[in-house]
Design a protein around this ligand. Structure first.
Ligand SMILES: NC(=O)c1ccc[n+]([C@@H]2O[C@H](COP(=O)([O-])OP(=O)(O)OC[C@H]3O[C@@H](n4cnc5c(N)ncnc54)[C@H](O)[C@@H]3O)[C@@H](O)[C@H]2O)c1
Length: 260
């Protein structure tokens, strides 16, 4: 049921990290995958590693014309788009006071406006096919708030709103829209904050361990959830947020309570 033979999938932010694992996973399931990213060399390399019919297209998710060009080229070449995975995103770590307006806007632009533009770009093709699956990669930070991530959390709560509302608008056209909410991904995303986080490693470790399944989630587990939502295995499932968070949103863990 998770087979994707004859399906065409477009994955954003696929040059590295979770996105490239998603692309590989969809390709392994039989899909023709178009990897896209602003990182051209890495994206081409990731597509070459997948091999087969996988290809790379440069796509900045904030640019409407990039979306138009990639969708038009895909339709011209293969005639359809069955799956869109809105995975590309940027992170900003900082309290509200340390988040200037231009940074806040930029995070929303990539993480929320990007998926909105992507959804609009593939709508025509999916509507004429009478079928399609759009999967947004949100975050645990789109399910619960956390200090130091106001911009990022706002963008990920926003994409969940986009997901739910568009699922209602598009379901009657045979298009399903869902979100995956991971806890964990590529540490490269932490960029300039990586060394600062290392200074508070004990706190981040405690945070990661306060879960039903302690630690961070493997890329493959996130990609498997995307595959489920992209494929017919999830027929009838739309408008959901699927946490892939090791139970982080299940509640709080109190070590001593396990011995009561
Ligand atoms: N890294 C984590 O800990 C974590 C946790 C929860 C959720 N996520 C989510 O998982 C997804 C994948 O992130 P990742 O962990 O692989 O991090 P990553 O930084 O490796 O991947 C993000 C990708 O998006 C690309 N990108 C950034 N801006 C872009 C733009 N304007 N247009 C096109 N591509 C752009 C980057 O070049 C990069 O390849 C993201 O949606 C992220 O928010 C990550």
């Amino acid at each position: 049921m998770t087979g994707l033979t004859d399906r065409v999938a477009l994955v954003t932010g696929a040059a590295r990290g979770v996105g490239s694992t998603i692309a590989q996973t969809l390709a392994d399931a039989g899909a023709e995958v178009i990897l896209s990213d602003v990182l051209v060399a890495e994206g081409e390399e990731a597509a070459a590693e997948i091999g087969g019919s996988a290809s790379f297209a440069k796509l900045d998710v904030t640019q409407e014309t990039d979306w138009e060009n990639v969708v038009a080229a895909t339709l011209k070449r293969v005639g359809r788009i069955d799956i869109l995975v809105n995975n590309a995103a940027v992170l900003h770590l900082g309290t509200l006071e340390n988040t200037p307006p231009d940074v806040f806007r930029r995070v929303l632009e990539v993480n929320t406006v990007g998926p909105y533009l992507g959804t609009r770009a593939v709508l025509g093709a999916m509507k004429s096919q009478g079928a399609g699956s759009i999967v947004h990669v949100a975050s645990i930070d789109g399910l619960v708030g956390m200090n130091g991530v106001s911009a990022y959390a706002s963008s990920k709560f926003g994409v969940r709103g986009l997901s739910k509302s568009s699922s209602l608008e598009l379901g009657r056209s045979g298009i399903r829209v869902n979100s995956v909410c991971p806890a964990g991904g590529n540490p490269e995303m932490y960029g300039p904050w990586y060394s600062k986080l290392a200074d508070i490693a004990d706190q981040t470790e405690a945070y990661n361990n306060n879960r039903s399944l302690p630690g961070t989630v493997e890329y493959q587990a996130i990609a498997n959830a995307v595959l489920y939502l992209a494929s017919d295995a999830s027929a009838g499932v739309t408008g959901i947020d699927l946490p892939v968070d090791g139970g982080a949103t299940a509640g709080k863990f109190i070590e001593g309570f396990n011995s009561l």
